[in-house]
Write a protein that binds this ligand. Structure first.
Ligand code: PRX
Length: 657
């Protein structure tokens, strides 16, 4: 399978309209319907969002102002009072959905659980009451470091219920990365588990948390709540650590939801940027609830009988918005899987689809590419006929993988929604609507109603069709991030100053390159900054460089992305050593392991190349463009006249041959 090149993607002309039968059953049934809604929203975004907020959500008190936009500060539904856990749970209890499955969970070792809305509500209330008993109050930040078990969703909803913002840290992050995030968020309590299952092994989550908290590493953390999952022996620190199953005994299943201001902090989620320090992306309550609700409803065309499965981890924004909040706000049945396909069970995804009769399946292009490699006999051996809609997220999908997904998994009849969005956007921004938008393999197609997207140059001028530029959003939307936690300056610099306001209009800079074709379809080409996307996981090159240079053998490090058949991109590190160290395979392995310890397995460099020097400009800036060429095994292209010392590049090239 060949990697997509910009040219091959742009030449992709195949068009896949939804079948008339499929479209006829959808909420938005035609391109004309979409265009009409889109134009109405564009003409008056405030009225558009206001009408959806009124129709779709329960508010304890109405807002007095829909939008306050003092760039880059934004507020939605000012004065409105709301609770997202109420919208995700309580309001369904008053309907027939009370006894509908809210959450179906499949554990990796083969155990499973199902919670109805009534049961999930009870669990969340008990969890919330335990948090309160441990002293958590409205506004206190709570860290969640859990495997993919129902308690992860329960803990998030419990925090939301009492107004305690959560910060979920992906269970694959190491103690160091966890500590940085808990410190930045000033978490008061952390929820974790004795361990989690991953690829037939136990991930020692509590042990990692103990390391992060050792020697008063995170002074704000006073309590730890531990969920029993794997049953392995762990250390429990008296006074600090508590078992969830012990504290819940006799706890009331009744916990009234806190009345939250629409703009109260709902959660902080850390994501990688261009500096070594991850950003705490801030999302607030009302706008996020509204945006995840309506995008889930229209993009997945949810029907009340659907079994919906998003394979992401709740540690990422996709898990927040499209496993937990969006689906539950809609009263859907959301499926959650603890594991990932593993050597001992390469067909596990297809088993789960068959077992539960999954109708909507949402996954990442990397997963699709690895399924292609494993062979189509695995999916073909299962009955996947329940599927009616497929989705992808997290990275560009190459047309070959798209076609395979369509043909082998979707049986040639399921529309595919390729959804472009980011941690910062809260929800999907550019996407087909399955009953309306003819799709083109590799294109995320058209903006969601209310989203005004464009491709511009660095001065903010709109570019003509088919010309590459920067993807921007021109009008605020309810799900957008509000700030970088504790660093409003970074928020301004990162998203609002790369491209200056154009004719008084502020442009949200997404950090992605894109172009539009003659039908106005968006083709997202990937990051234009020092962020790389490995298997749909977003990593900052500086973060990995900082991890490398924290090893005693490393003098300097430069990290770039290089194309990878399965992962999309892989991590390629150029390293210069301190005087008394020699390059060797064992040192290379040691450095890779060091990065795993500092950040987590997702950041393990695929390749480390030792070098005597790094190509730099005369002002000392590393010329990453050249390194990217070298890492991709290409000739160095473009201007090299600013190089300080040409021989460094020549030597690196020699190594290449
Ligand atoms: O580069 C884009 C890529 O993933 C980035 C956002 O990463 P993150 O905040 O971790 O969120 C991932 C899940 C929403 C984007 O800047 N990306 C995401 N979806 C797509 C994509 N690139 C191309 N096509 C997509 N559908």
């Amino acid at each position: 399978m060949s990697e997509p090149t910009i040219e091959s993607i742009l030449q992709e002309q195949r068009l896949f309209p939804p079948s008339a039968e499929f479209a006829s059953k959808c909420q938005i049934k035609s391109l004309e319907d979409y265009q009409q809604i889109y134009e109405r929203a564009k003409a008056d975004p405030v009225a558009f969002w206001e009408s959806i907020a009124t129709e779709e959500l329960h508010w304890f008190e109405p807002w007095h102002t829909v939008l306050e936009w003092k760039p880059p500060e934004v507020k939605w539904f000012l004065g409105g009072k709301i609770n997202i856990s109420y919208n995700c749970l309580d309001r369904h209890l008053q309907t027939w959905r009370r006894n509908k499955a809210a959450l179906i969970w499949e554990g990796e070792p083969g155990d499973s659980r199902t919670y109805t809305y009534a049961q999930l509500h009870r669990e969340v209330c008990q969890f919330a009451n335990v948090l309160k008993q441990l002293g958590v109050k409205k506004g206190d930040r709570v860290g969640i470091y859990l495997p993919m078990i129902p308690e992860a969703a329960i803990a998030m909803l419990a925090c939301a219920r009492i107004g305690a913002p959560h910060t979920v840290v992906f269970g694959g992050f190491s103690a160091e990365a966890l500590k940085d995030r808990l410190l930045d968020a000033q978490a008061k309590l952390v929820i974790t588990a004795d361990g989690g299952w991953r690829k037939d092994k136990i991930v020692p989550l509590k042990e990692q948390l103990d390391l992060a908290l050792a020697q008063n590493g995170v002074p704000s953390v006073a309590q730890v709540l531990v969920v029993a999952r794997t049953g392995q022996t762990i250390q429990m620190e008296p006074g600090r650590d508590h078992w969830w199953h012990e504290l819940r005994v006799g706890i009331s299943p009744d916990c009234p939801p806190e009345s939250m201001d629409s703009e109260d902090l709902l959660f902080i989620l850390y994501t990688s940027g261009t500096t070594g320090k991850p950003k705490g992306v801030v999302h607030t309550t009302g706008g996020y609830n509204l945006y995840t609700h309506i995008t889930t409803k229209w993009i997945f065309d949810l029907q009340d009988t659907d079994i919906y499965w998003c394979t992401a981890d709740v540690g990422w924004i996709t898990g927040h918005s499209y496993i937990v909040y969006g689906p539950l706000s809609n009263g859907a049945t959301t499926l959650m899987y603890e594991g990932v396909p593993r050597p001992s069970n390469p067909g596990c995804f297809w088993d789960i689809i068959e077992k539960y009769g999954v109708n909507i399946f949402y996954t990442a292009p990397t997963a699709i590419r690895s399924f292609i490699k494993m062979g189509e006999h695995y999916p073909l051996a299962r009955n996947l006929s329940s599927l009616r809609l497929l989705g992808t997220v997290g990275e560009p999908i190459n047309p070959e993988a798209w076609i395979w997904y369509h043909r082998i998994i979707g049986g040639g009849h399921c529309p595919i929604v390729d959804t472009w969005w980011q941690t910062e956007t809260g929800g999907v921004m550019i996407t087909p609507l399955p009953g309306a938008t003819p799709t083109k393999p590799g294109s995320a197609t058209l903006p969601f109603p209310g989203i005004i997207a464009d491709v511009v140059d660095l001065e903010g001028n709109s570019l003509p069709n088919n010309q590459g530029g920067y993807l921007v959003i021109k009008h605020p939307w309810p799900g957008m991030m509000r700030t970088v936690y504790g660093d409003p300056d970074r928020f301004r610099r990162t998203y609002w100053e790369h491209i200056p306001p154009k004719d008084g209009q502020y442009l949200y800079f997404a950090g992605d390159g894109a172009r539009k074709d003659d039908q106005g379809y968006f083709w997202v080409m990937g990051r234009v900054d020092d962020v790389i996307n490995v298997s749909g996981h977003r990593l900052g090159t500086m973060e990995i460089e900082s991890a490398l240079v924290s090893h005693k053998a490393v003098a300097e490090a430069a990290v770039v992305g290089c194309p990878d058949e399965i992962k999309g991109e892989d991590i390629f590190a150029f390293v210069t050593l301190e005087n008394n160290y020699q390059p060797s395979d064992s040192l290379s392995d040691e450095l890779k392991q060091h990065v795993v310890k500092e950040i987590g397995a997702i950041a393990r460099p695929g390749q480390i190349r030792f070098t005597d020097g790094l190509p730099k400009t005369r002002s000392g800036k590393i010329m990453r463009r050249l390194l990217r060429n070298l890492a991709a095994g290409q000739d160095v292209v473009g201007d090299t006249s600013t190089l300080e010392d040409r021989s460094v590049l020549d030597k690196l090239r020699e190594q290449d041959h």
